[in-house]
Design a protein around this ligand. Structure first.
Ligand code: FES
Length: 160
């Protein structure tokens, strides 16, 4: 019986079931199943983890353990765009904290979280290796240097 979940649509169940079915006999394949299911749904809701542990015949504590250990997996929904703000020393000195507050207030999103409209996921990260451009923001694959709390909103408005 498939659990009800607003983010898991009817057509997603067939690739999920297929992944479980194919991998069930393979020892140590839980990472593969979690990866494939996350590709289908976008993240791993708790209801899906329960369904996977049942299907794979594994204790749910094991499945939760794997899902929370690897940073590749997310148990929270992700935004359409991921904003990474560098909290390394050079960026810190150049005022990244102010930029962070501006983004948090403008889009009602907390560091480490996702805005309610799922537009942005906001992450504070360690030095991105581009200190010459401090303060640095990366949105998806785009690097933006010398960002300030004044110009950041204009930049982010490009990402719908
Ligand atoms: S400290 Fe931000 S890029 Fe190095």
């Amino acid at each position: 019986m498939h659990p009800d979940h607003p983010d898991i649509t009817a057509d997603m169940w067939s690739p999920i079931d297929e992944s479980i079915h194919k991998n069930r006999p393979v020892p140590g394949s839980i990472i593969t199943v979690l990866r494939q299911c996350q590709d289908v749904v976008g993240y791993l809701p708790v209801e899906l983890l329960d369904y996977i542990s049942e299907g794979m015949n594994l204790p749910s504590s094991d499945v939760y353990g794997v899902a929370s250990f690897y940073s590749l997996f997310s148990m929270e929904p992700k935004g359409r765009h991921t904003i990474k703000l560098c909290l390394g020393t050079a960026c810190y000195v150049k005022g990244i904290k102010e930029v962070m507050s501006r983004v948090e207030n403008q889009y009602q999103v907390k560091e480490g979280g996702t805005s309610e409209d799922r537009r942005f996921t906001l992450q504070g990260v360690r030095c991105l290796g581009a200190c010459g451009l401090a303060p640095v923001m990366v949105v998806n694959q785009d690097t933006h240097g010398d960002v300030s709390s004044d110009k950041i909103i204009n930049l982010l408005e490009e990402y719908k």
